[in-house]
Design a protein around this ligand. Structure first.
Ligand code: MN
Length: 423
Protein backbone atom coordinates (compact mmCIF):
# COMPACT_ATOMS: atom_id res chain seq x y z
CA UNK A 1 0.00 0.00 0.00
CA UNK A 2 1.10 3.58 -0.67
CA UNK A 3 1.99 4.90 2.81
CA UNK A 4 0.06 8.16 2.34
CA UNK A 5 -3.14 6.15 1.69
CA UNK A 6 -3.29 4.46 5.13
CA UNK A 7 -6.90 4.95 6.36
CA UNK A 8 -5.58 5.14 9.95
CA UNK A 9 -3.59 8.33 9.34
CA UNK A 10 -4.67 11.47 11.16
CA UNK A 11 -3.39 14.99 10.69
CA UNK A 12 -2.58 17.67 13.23
CA UNK A 13 -4.30 20.05 10.81
CA UNK A 14 -8.03 20.10 11.55
CA UNK A 15 -10.03 18.32 8.84
CA UNK A 16 -13.79 18.95 9.23
CA UNK A 17 -16.12 15.95 8.88
CA UNK A 18 -17.15 15.51 5.25
CA UNK A 19 -14.11 17.42 3.94
CA UNK A 20 -12.91 16.47 0.46
CA UNK A 21 -9.32 16.89 1.61
CA UNK A 22 -8.29 14.56 4.44
CA UNK A 23 -4.62 13.59 4.89
CA UNK A 24 -5.20 10.59 2.58
CA UNK A 25 -5.97 12.89 -0.37
CA UNK A 26 -3.31 15.64 -0.67
CA UNK A 27 -4.15 16.86 -4.19
CA UNK A 28 -1.91 19.37 -5.98
CA UNK A 29 -2.97 22.75 -7.33
CA UNK A 30 -1.83 26.30 -8.15
CA UNK A 31 -2.99 29.21 -6.02
CA UNK A 32 -2.30 32.84 -5.30
CA UNK A 33 -3.09 35.18 -2.42
CA UNK A 34 -3.05 38.93 -1.87
CA UNK A 35 0.64 38.54 -0.97
CA UNK A 36 1.76 35.54 -3.05
CA UNK A 37 2.14 35.27 -6.81
CA UNK A 38 0.97 31.93 -8.23
CA UNK A 39 2.66 28.93 -6.60
CA UNK A 40 1.98 25.23 -6.12
CA UNK A 41 0.12 23.98 -3.07
CA UNK A 42 -1.53 20.94 -1.52
CA UNK A 43 -5.01 20.89 0.02
CA UNK A 44 -5.51 19.69 3.60
CA UNK A 45 -8.89 20.25 5.30
CA UNK A 46 -9.78 23.91 4.88
CA UNK A 47 -6.15 24.91 4.29
CA UNK A 48 -3.62 25.07 1.48
CA UNK A 49 -0.04 24.08 2.16
CA UNK A 50 2.46 26.32 0.35
CA UNK A 51 4.95 23.98 -1.37
CA UNK A 52 7.38 26.79 -2.22
CA UNK A 53 7.75 27.62 1.45
CA UNK A 54 8.23 23.96 2.40
CA UNK A 55 10.78 23.43 -0.35
CA UNK A 56 12.77 26.61 0.36
CA UNK A 57 12.92 25.85 4.08
CA UNK A 58 14.27 22.34 3.80
CA UNK A 59 11.14 20.36 4.57
CA UNK A 60 11.36 18.56 1.22
CA UNK A 61 15.12 17.92 1.28
CA UNK A 62 16.36 14.59 -0.02
CA UNK A 63 13.71 14.28 -2.73
CA UNK A 64 16.00 15.61 -5.48
CA UNK A 65 13.65 18.45 -6.40
CA UNK A 66 15.21 21.24 -8.44
CA UNK A 67 15.04 24.79 -7.00
CA UNK A 68 11.95 26.66 -8.13
CA UNK A 69 10.02 23.56 -9.19
CA UNK A 70 6.97 24.73 -7.20
CA UNK A 71 7.48 28.44 -7.82
CA UNK A 72 5.53 28.28 -11.10
CA UNK A 73 2.10 29.23 -12.34
CA UNK A 74 1.44 25.64 -13.42
CA UNK A 75 2.31 22.10 -12.29
CA UNK A 76 3.74 20.99 -15.65
CA UNK A 77 7.37 21.01 -14.47
CA UNK A 78 6.50 18.99 -11.37
CA UNK A 79 4.32 16.58 -13.36
CA UNK A 80 7.20 16.01 -15.78
CA UNK A 81 9.16 14.41 -12.92
CA UNK A 82 6.78 11.48 -13.29
CA UNK A 83 4.28 9.56 -11.24
CA UNK A 84 6.95 7.98 -9.00
CA UNK A 85 8.39 11.35 -7.96
CA UNK A 86 4.88 12.65 -7.35
CA UNK A 87 4.34 9.69 -5.03
CA UNK A 88 7.56 10.45 -3.11
CA UNK A 89 6.56 14.10 -2.65
CA UNK A 90 3.01 13.20 -1.58
CA UNK A 91 4.33 10.60 0.89
CA UNK A 92 6.70 13.20 2.39
CA UNK A 93 3.94 15.80 2.72
CA UNK A 94 1.81 13.12 4.38
CA UNK A 95 4.60 12.54 6.94
CA UNK A 96 4.84 16.26 7.67
CA UNK A 97 1.09 16.47 8.29
CA UNK A 98 0.72 13.38 10.54
CA UNK A 99 -0.53 14.06 14.05
CA UNK A 100 2.55 12.45 15.61
CA UNK A 101 5.10 14.27 13.43
CA UNK A 102 6.55 17.42 15.00
CA UNK A 103 8.75 18.75 12.16
CA UNK A 104 6.25 21.28 10.83
CA UNK A 105 3.67 21.09 13.62
CA UNK A 106 6.30 22.08 16.20
CA UNK A 107 7.72 24.93 14.12
CA UNK A 108 5.18 27.63 14.87
CA UNK A 109 6.54 30.29 12.51
CA UNK A 110 6.77 27.89 9.57
CA UNK A 111 3.35 26.50 10.28
CA UNK A 112 1.78 29.96 10.34
CA UNK A 113 3.30 30.93 7.00
CA UNK A 114 3.00 27.64 5.12
CA UNK A 115 -0.61 26.81 6.04
CA UNK A 116 -3.01 29.27 4.44
CA UNK A 117 -6.79 29.23 5.00
CA UNK A 118 -8.57 28.30 1.77
CA UNK A 119 -10.82 31.37 2.02
CA UNK A 120 -7.70 33.53 1.53
CA UNK A 121 -6.54 31.88 -1.68
CA UNK A 122 -7.64 32.06 -5.26
CA UNK A 123 -7.25 28.80 -7.13
CA UNK A 124 -5.84 28.99 -10.65
CA UNK A 125 -5.50 26.57 -13.56
CA UNK A 126 -3.38 23.71 -12.14
CA UNK A 127 -1.73 22.87 -15.46
CA UNK A 128 -0.97 24.53 -18.75
CA UNK A 129 -3.15 22.24 -20.84
CA UNK A 130 -1.00 21.09 -23.74
CA UNK A 131 -3.56 19.08 -25.65
CA UNK A 132 -7.16 18.24 -24.95
CA UNK A 133 -9.17 15.24 -26.12
CA UNK A 134 -12.77 14.43 -25.25
CA UNK A 135 -13.81 10.80 -25.28
CA UNK A 136 -17.36 9.43 -25.50
CA UNK A 137 -16.90 6.52 -23.13
CA UNK A 138 -20.23 6.17 -21.35
CA UNK A 139 -22.45 3.58 -22.99
CA UNK A 140 -25.53 5.04 -21.30
CA UNK A 141 -24.75 8.55 -22.61
CA UNK A 142 -23.96 7.38 -26.13
CA UNK A 143 -27.12 5.26 -26.15
CA UNK A 144 -29.32 8.13 -24.93
CA UNK A 145 -27.92 10.57 -27.50
CA UNK A 146 -28.14 8.00 -30.30
CA UNK A 147 -31.74 7.17 -29.36
CA UNK A 148 -32.73 10.85 -29.37
CA UNK A 149 -30.99 11.92 -32.55
CA UNK A 150 -30.95 8.80 -34.69
CA UNK A 151 -32.69 5.55 -33.94
CA UNK A 152 -33.63 4.05 -30.56
CA UNK A 153 -33.22 0.55 -32.02
CA UNK A 154 -29.69 1.23 -33.25
CA UNK A 155 -28.61 3.87 -30.77
CA UNK A 156 -24.94 2.90 -30.74
CA UNK A 157 -23.03 3.23 -34.00
CA UNK A 158 -21.31 0.01 -35.16
CA UNK A 159 -17.83 1.18 -34.07
CA UNK A 160 -18.78 2.16 -30.52
CA UNK A 161 -18.04 -1.13 -28.72
CA UNK A 162 -14.84 -1.67 -30.72
CA UNK A 163 -13.02 1.57 -29.97
CA UNK A 164 -13.17 4.46 -27.49
CA UNK A 165 -14.67 7.18 -29.71
CA UNK A 166 -13.19 10.68 -29.20
CA UNK A 167 -12.55 14.04 -30.82
CA UNK A 168 -9.71 16.54 -30.45
CA UNK A 169 -10.87 19.54 -28.45
CA UNK A 170 -9.54 23.02 -27.80
CA UNK A 171 -6.95 23.49 -25.03
CA UNK A 172 -6.92 27.31 -24.96
CA UNK A 173 -10.47 27.72 -23.70
CA UNK A 174 -10.22 25.35 -20.73
CA UNK A 175 -10.73 27.44 -17.58
CA UNK A 176 -10.61 26.84 -13.85
CA UNK A 177 -13.65 26.54 -11.60
CA UNK A 178 -15.16 29.91 -10.77
CA UNK A 179 -14.61 31.40 -14.23
CA UNK A 180 -17.81 32.79 -15.75
CA UNK A 181 -18.65 32.03 -19.36
CA UNK A 182 -20.69 34.12 -21.77
CA UNK A 183 -23.48 32.37 -23.62
CA UNK A 184 -21.98 31.53 -27.01
CA UNK A 185 -23.44 32.64 -30.33
CA UNK A 186 -23.36 30.70 -33.52
CA UNK A 187 -25.22 29.25 -36.46
CA UNK A 188 -28.49 27.63 -35.56
CA UNK A 189 -30.83 25.98 -38.01
CA UNK A 190 -34.38 26.15 -36.78
CA UNK A 191 -36.70 23.31 -37.82
CA UNK A 192 -39.04 25.56 -39.84
CA UNK A 193 -36.31 27.13 -41.95
CA UNK A 194 -34.00 25.93 -44.72
CA UNK A 195 -31.14 28.24 -43.80
CA UNK A 196 -29.47 28.99 -40.46
CA UNK A 197 -29.66 32.12 -38.32
CA UNK A 198 -26.83 33.62 -36.27
CA UNK A 199 -27.94 33.94 -32.64
CA UNK A 200 -27.09 33.14 -29.01
CA UNK A 201 -27.58 29.45 -28.27
CA UNK A 202 -31.00 28.52 -26.92
CA UNK A 203 -29.88 25.05 -25.86
CA UNK A 204 -26.93 25.61 -23.53
CA UNK A 205 -26.02 22.47 -21.61
CA UNK A 206 -23.40 21.07 -19.25
CA UNK A 207 -21.69 17.69 -19.46
CA UNK A 208 -20.69 15.86 -16.28
CA UNK A 209 -17.24 14.42 -16.97
CA UNK A 210 -13.93 13.46 -15.38
CA UNK A 211 -10.57 14.12 -17.00
CA UNK A 212 -7.09 12.68 -16.47
CA UNK A 213 -3.80 14.54 -16.86
CA UNK A 214 -0.60 13.00 -18.19
CA UNK A 215 2.89 13.34 -16.69
CA UNK A 216 5.15 11.88 -19.38
CA UNK A 217 6.20 12.70 -22.87
CA UNK A 218 6.38 10.04 -25.56
CA UNK A 219 8.11 10.16 -28.93
CA UNK A 220 6.06 10.43 -32.08
CA UNK A 221 5.57 6.89 -33.37
CA UNK A 222 5.51 5.24 -29.97
CA UNK A 223 2.38 3.69 -28.51
CA UNK A 224 1.46 3.48 -24.83
CA UNK A 225 -0.03 0.08 -23.94
CA UNK A 226 -2.96 -0.47 -21.61
CA UNK A 227 -0.49 -1.60 -18.93
CA UNK A 228 1.97 1.26 -19.49
CA UNK A 229 -0.79 3.84 -19.19
CA UNK A 230 -0.68 3.70 -15.38
CA UNK A 231 2.77 5.30 -15.27
CA UNK A 232 1.83 8.11 -17.62
CA UNK A 233 -1.28 9.35 -15.76
CA UNK A 234 -0.70 11.67 -12.81
CA UNK A 235 -4.19 12.38 -11.61
CA UNK A 236 -7.74 13.47 -12.32
CA UNK A 237 -10.05 16.48 -12.15
CA UNK A 238 -13.75 17.13 -12.64
CA UNK A 239 -14.62 18.44 -16.07
CA UNK A 240 -17.65 20.34 -17.39
CA UNK A 241 -17.79 20.22 -21.18
CA UNK A 242 -20.26 23.09 -21.73
CA UNK A 243 -22.21 22.39 -24.92
CA UNK A 244 -24.49 24.41 -27.18
CA UNK A 245 -26.81 21.71 -28.47
CA UNK A 246 -28.46 23.71 -31.26
CA UNK A 247 -25.10 24.83 -32.66
CA UNK A 248 -23.84 21.27 -32.26
CA UNK A 249 -26.74 19.72 -34.11
CA UNK A 250 -26.21 21.92 -37.20
CA UNK A 251 -22.42 21.76 -37.33
CA UNK A 252 -21.39 18.28 -36.20
CA UNK A 253 -21.80 16.31 -39.43
CA UNK A 254 -19.38 15.08 -40.73
CA UNK A 255 -16.40 15.98 -38.50
CA UNK A 256 -17.88 16.28 -35.02
CA UNK A 257 -18.33 19.12 -32.51
CA UNK A 258 -16.51 22.41 -33.07
CA UNK A 259 -17.92 25.80 -31.98
CA UNK A 260 -20.62 24.11 -29.91
CA UNK A 261 -17.91 23.01 -27.46
CA UNK A 262 -14.80 25.17 -27.79
CA UNK A 263 -16.19 28.38 -26.23
CA UNK A 264 -15.22 27.08 -22.79
CA UNK A 265 -14.74 23.98 -20.64
CA UNK A 266 -14.33 24.12 -16.87
CA UNK A 267 -12.08 21.99 -14.63
CA UNK A 268 -11.85 21.66 -10.85
CA UNK A 269 -8.63 23.22 -9.48
CA UNK A 270 -7.18 20.30 -7.50
CA UNK A 271 -5.41 17.46 -9.32
CA UNK A 272 -6.32 14.39 -7.26
CA UNK A 273 -3.48 11.92 -7.76
CA UNK A 274 -4.09 8.48 -9.22
CA UNK A 275 -2.19 7.31 -6.12
CA UNK A 276 -4.88 8.71 -3.82
CA UNK A 277 -7.53 6.99 -5.95
CA UNK A 278 -5.85 3.55 -5.87
CA UNK A 279 -8.04 2.21 -3.00
CA UNK A 280 -11.17 3.04 -5.01
CA UNK A 281 -10.41 0.94 -8.08
CA UNK A 282 -13.22 -1.33 -9.24
CA UNK A 283 -13.87 -3.54 -12.23
CA UNK A 284 -15.55 -1.91 -15.18
CA UNK A 285 -18.60 -3.19 -17.06
CA UNK A 286 -18.03 -6.39 -19.02
CA UNK A 287 -17.06 -5.69 -22.63
CA UNK A 288 -18.90 -7.63 -25.27
CA UNK A 289 -17.95 -8.15 -28.10
CA UNK A 290 -14.40 -8.85 -27.05
CA UNK A 291 -12.11 -5.95 -27.92
CA UNK A 292 -9.01 -6.17 -30.10
CA UNK A 293 -5.83 -7.32 -28.31
CA UNK A 294 -4.33 -3.81 -27.98
CA UNK A 295 -7.41 -2.75 -25.97
CA UNK A 296 -7.65 -5.79 -23.70
CA UNK A 297 -7.73 -4.79 -20.09
CA UNK A 298 -7.85 -6.94 -16.97
CA UNK A 299 -8.20 -6.10 -13.32
CA UNK A 300 -9.46 -3.03 -11.50
CA UNK A 301 -9.27 -0.19 -13.97
CA UNK A 302 -12.41 1.77 -13.23
CA UNK A 303 -12.90 4.04 -10.21
CA UNK A 304 -15.82 4.22 -7.81
CA UNK A 305 -16.22 8.01 -7.70
CA UNK A 306 -19.66 9.39 -6.86
CA UNK A 307 -20.52 12.35 -9.05
CA UNK A 308 -23.23 14.96 -8.93
CA UNK A 309 -24.32 18.04 -10.80
CA UNK A 310 -26.24 20.93 -9.23
CA UNK A 311 -27.92 23.91 -10.84
CA UNK A 312 -28.33 27.25 -9.05
CA UNK A 313 -30.42 30.10 -10.52
CA UNK A 314 -29.01 33.62 -10.17
CA UNK A 315 -30.83 34.43 -6.92
CA UNK A 316 -31.88 30.95 -5.94
CA UNK A 317 -30.69 27.85 -4.17
CA UNK A 318 -28.82 24.92 -5.58
CA UNK A 319 -30.74 21.85 -6.69
CA UNK A 320 -28.92 18.59 -7.32
CA UNK A 321 -30.17 17.49 -10.72
CA UNK A 322 -28.02 14.41 -11.36
CA UNK A 323 -26.13 11.73 -9.44
CA UNK A 324 -23.80 9.45 -11.38
CA UNK A 325 -20.56 7.49 -10.89
CA UNK A 326 -17.26 7.16 -12.76
CA UNK A 327 -17.49 3.37 -12.46
CA UNK A 328 -20.15 3.27 -15.19
CA UNK A 329 -17.62 4.16 -17.91
CA UNK A 330 -17.49 1.39 -20.53
CA UNK A 331 -13.98 2.34 -21.65
CA UNK A 332 -11.45 2.85 -18.83
CA UNK A 333 -8.69 5.47 -18.85
CA UNK A 334 -5.98 2.93 -19.70
CA UNK A 335 -7.92 1.84 -22.77
CA UNK A 336 -8.52 5.46 -23.74
CA UNK A 337 -4.81 6.26 -23.67
CA UNK A 338 -3.84 3.00 -25.40
CA UNK A 339 -6.27 3.72 -28.21
CA UNK A 340 -5.20 7.36 -28.46
CA UNK A 341 -1.56 6.36 -29.02
CA UNK A 342 -1.93 3.09 -30.94
CA UNK A 343 -1.26 4.91 -34.21
CA UNK A 344 1.89 6.54 -32.82
CA UNK A 345 0.31 9.81 -31.66
CA UNK A 346 2.66 11.26 -29.02
CA UNK A 347 1.48 12.39 -25.62
CA UNK A 348 2.81 15.40 -23.71
CA UNK A 349 3.05 16.50 -20.09
CA UNK A 350 -0.11 18.39 -19.19
CA UNK A 351 -2.37 16.75 -21.75
CA UNK A 352 -5.96 16.53 -20.60
CA UNK A 353 -8.17 13.61 -21.59
CA UNK A 354 -11.85 13.92 -20.69
CA UNK A 355 -14.13 10.91 -20.34
CA UNK A 356 -17.20 12.17 -22.14
CA UNK A 357 -20.47 12.66 -20.28
CA UNK A 358 -20.79 10.04 -17.55
CA UNK A 359 -24.41 8.91 -17.43
CA UNK A 360 -25.64 6.05 -15.29
CA UNK A 361 -28.44 3.56 -15.94
CA UNK A 362 -31.30 5.50 -14.29
CA UNK A 363 -32.91 8.77 -15.51
CA UNK A 364 -31.69 10.66 -12.40
CA UNK A 365 -28.11 9.67 -13.23
CA UNK A 366 -27.97 11.23 -16.70
CA UNK A 367 -25.02 13.65 -16.92
CA UNK A 368 -26.46 16.39 -19.14
CA UNK A 369 -29.67 18.40 -19.47
CA UNK A 370 -30.08 17.03 -22.98
CA UNK A 371 -30.63 13.62 -21.44
CA UNK A 372 -32.26 14.70 -18.14
CA UNK A 373 -34.97 16.62 -20.03
CA UNK A 374 -34.92 14.20 -22.99
CA UNK A 375 -34.15 16.99 -25.44
CA UNK A 376 -36.48 19.43 -23.75
CA UNK A 377 -39.56 17.21 -23.53
CA UNK A 378 -39.37 16.68 -19.72
CA UNK A 379 -38.33 19.85 -17.87
CA UNK A 380 -36.30 19.53 -14.65
CA UNK A 381 -37.96 21.13 -11.60
CA UNK A 382 -35.68 23.11 -9.25
CA UNK A 383 -36.19 23.42 -5.48
CA UNK A 384 -37.80 26.86 -5.89
CA UNK A 385 -40.39 25.40 -8.26
CA UNK A 386 -38.91 26.91 -11.41
CA UNK A 387 -38.22 24.68 -14.37
CA UNK A 388 -35.30 24.22 -16.71
CA UNK A 389 -34.95 22.66 -20.12
CA UNK A 390 -31.53 24.14 -20.76
CA UNK A 391 -29.26 26.58 -18.87
CA UNK A 392 -30.47 30.19 -18.51
CA UNK A 393 -28.40 33.35 -18.11
CA UNK A 394 -27.29 33.76 -14.52
CA UNK A 395 -27.47 30.03 -13.79
CA UNK A 396 -24.52 28.39 -12.08
CA UNK A 397 -23.65 24.73 -12.62
CA UNK A 398 -21.58 22.97 -9.96
CA UNK A 399 -20.06 19.52 -10.42
CA UNK A 400 -18.82 17.59 -7.39
CA UNK A 401 -17.21 14.19 -6.94
CA UNK A 402 -15.80 12.03 -4.21
CA UNK A 403 -14.78 8.46 -3.47
CA UNK A 404 -15.46 6.99 -0.04
CA UNK A 405 -14.38 3.78 1.71
CA UNK A 406 -13.09 2.69 5.14
CA UNK A 407 -14.00 6.07 6.60
CA UNK A 408 -11.82 7.91 4.06
CA UNK A 409 -13.36 10.40 1.66
CA UNK A 410 -11.26 11.52 -1.30
CA UNK A 411 -12.94 14.51 -2.91
CA UNK A 412 -12.32 16.76 -5.87
CA UNK A 413 -13.71 20.05 -4.55
CA UNK A 414 -15.95 21.97 -6.90
CA UNK A 415 -16.10 22.53 -10.63
CA UNK A 416 -18.25 25.66 -10.82
CA UNK A 417 -19.23 28.02 -13.60
CA UNK A 418 -21.82 30.75 -14.11
CA UNK A 419 -23.36 31.59 -17.47
CA UNK A 420 -23.45 35.29 -18.36
CA UNK A 421 -25.59 36.76 -21.16
CA UNK A 422 -24.23 36.69 -24.70
CA UNK A 423 -22.11 39.70 -25.63
MN1 MN B 1 -18.13 15.99 -23.80
Amino acid sequence: MISANDPKLKSWVEVPAGSDFPIQNLPFGIFKTKYLSPVAGVAIGNHVLDLVYLHEHGFLDGLGLTPGIFNQNNLNGFLALGRKKGRDVRNRISELLRHDNDELKGHVAAREIALIPMREVQMLMPVRVTNYTDFYSSEEHATNVGAMFRDPKNALLPNWKHLPVAYHGRASSIVVSGTSIHRPKGQIKLPDSDSPVFAPTRKLDFELEMAFITCTETKLGKSVSVDEADDTIFGMVLFNDWSARDIQQWEYVPLGPFLSKNFGSTISPWVVTLDALEPFRVEGPGQNPEVLPYLRSAGLRNFDIQLEAALKPADGEETTICRSNTKYLYWNINQQLAHHTVNGCNIQVGDLYASGTISGPTPDSFGSLLELTWNGSKPVTLSDGSKRIFIEDGDTVVLRGHAEKDGVRIGFGECRGTILPAV
